[in-house]
Design a protein around this ligand. Structure first.
Ligand SMILES: [Zn+2]
Length: 381
């Protein structure tokens, strides 16, 4: 069976790259609904051929999404394959071409994560071709707004995770064949600071300057940093009207990352205290939490799933490593439901979110075999 699967996936390699090129050439930045819809339509058609029972979920405020499953997934807890069809590149981005050389493929989303979508689709197709898919309960969910925090699909991801025994997320793999076993949690927030306007020429030491308060708060917030597990970055500061006015308002934009759930809670308490405290008399502050993703903490469930992946990689003679990442993905939401999840199952590469984004071509087949092999473990074949 091992050789049969490997040989079959290899025979599909050209088809995989043809699909990758087709998907990459459809511009699908998160806010480009028409583009994302087109990707969804395309993928829906391909998943129907696998065959899976598939549907496009129409969305009003973002691109459409795709949900597919086989018969067995309706009967028992499923293995969830999760990916996103949007990219970070807007419609007018100059990075809108696809190119291959001997070792690499380049293009917008080639790594993040149209390559991963191809891996997922072809792992299922290969298993289906070999009549192995019916025994594995599989659910596929491809959303359309992961790059902005999955605000419209978060609920469905949580619901699907609840019905899953394990999940594989198809983000790009690391350059040394790593899959992702942990991700930091992330909270983004704004601090809106108000002061009282006045003429700079008449102000005393007690002037209620929002900019001065913002400066104190920046220093207090940055002092909470405890790398590598707790990272807090005041990345945006905006305020005041001009040098000759006492600043009436200021805004801080802050990004917080943490490895462990408990750290996140404790950190938010400290942040609230800093928000409430007035360093400068006569100012007031409002904390506005924006995005918020729990950490993907590498617990025993994830360790157990990694062992399955490692055994599978050995069986099939494939390279495999592990890593934790500071960036977030939908794996964070899945892990928060106490479901074993591994991320980074797409082809390996680098420079995502830039116009130098690429994948290593040989890892397309490797990752597809790995994923198909891992799925087989759940079918008991
Ligand atoms: Zn991604």
């Amino acid at each position: 069976m091992i050789n049969k699967l490997k040989t079959h996936v290899k025979s599909l390699e050209r088809e995989m790259f043809e699909l990758l090129e087709r998907l990459v050439l459809i511009q699908s930045g998160t806010y480009n609904k028409a583009g994302v819809d087109l990707v969804a339509e395309h993928i829906d058609r391909i998943l129907a051929e696998v065959p899976l029972s598939t549907q496009v979920l129409p969305m009003k405020k973002c691109g459409n999404m795709v949900l597919a499953l086989n018969r067995k997934a309706g009967q028992e807890k499923s293995v969830l394959l999760m990916g996103h069809m949007d990219t970070v590149f807007p419609e007018n981005s100059g990075f809108n071409h696809y190119r291959e050389d001997r070792f690499k493929a380049y293009g917008p989303g080639v790594l993040d994560m149209k390559g991963g979508l191809v891996t997922g689709i072809f792992a299922l197709k290969a298993l289906s071709d070999l009549e192995l898919l019916d025994d594995i309960p599989v659910t596929v969910f491809f959303n359309s707004e992961e790059e902005i925090g999955s605000p419209y699909s978060r609920e469905l991801i949580t619901e699907l995770a609840r019905k899953s025994r394990a999940a594989f997320v198809l983000e790009g793999g690391g350059l040394d064949s790593q899959v992702v076993v942990g991700r930091k949690g992330k909270t983004g927030f704004d601090l809106l600071i108000s002061g009282k306007a006045g003429h700079a020429g008449c102000a005393g030491l007690d002037k209620p300057s929002a900019v001065l308060e913002a400066a104190y708060k920046t220093i207090a917030l940055e002092a909470l940093n405890r790398p590598p597990h707790i990272l807090i970055n005041v990345g945006l500061i905006h305020g005041g009207m001009g040098p000759n006015s006492v600043a009436e308002s200021a805004r801080l934009g802050v990004d917080v990352r943490f490895t462990h759930k408990e750290d996140g809670k404790c950190l938010m308490e400290k942040i609230r205290k800093i928000a409430e405290k007035n360093f400068v008399c006569g100012t007031a502050s409002e904390l506005r939490i924006g995005s918020n993703r729990p950490p993907m903490d590498t617990d025993h469930r994830i360790e157990a799933l990694y062992r399955v992946a490692l055994e599978t990689s050995r069986k099939y003679g494939l390279p495999l490593g592990r890593e934790t990442r500071g960036g977030v993905s939908d794996a964070n939401y899945i892990a928060a439901m106490s479901v074993p999840v591994l991320d980074g199952f797409g082809p390996c590469g680098d420079m995502d979110h830039s116009d130098r984004e690429y994948i290593l071509k040989k890892t397309m087949v490797e990752r597809t075999i790995l994923l198909a092999g891992c799925l087989l473990e759940f079918g008991g074949v």
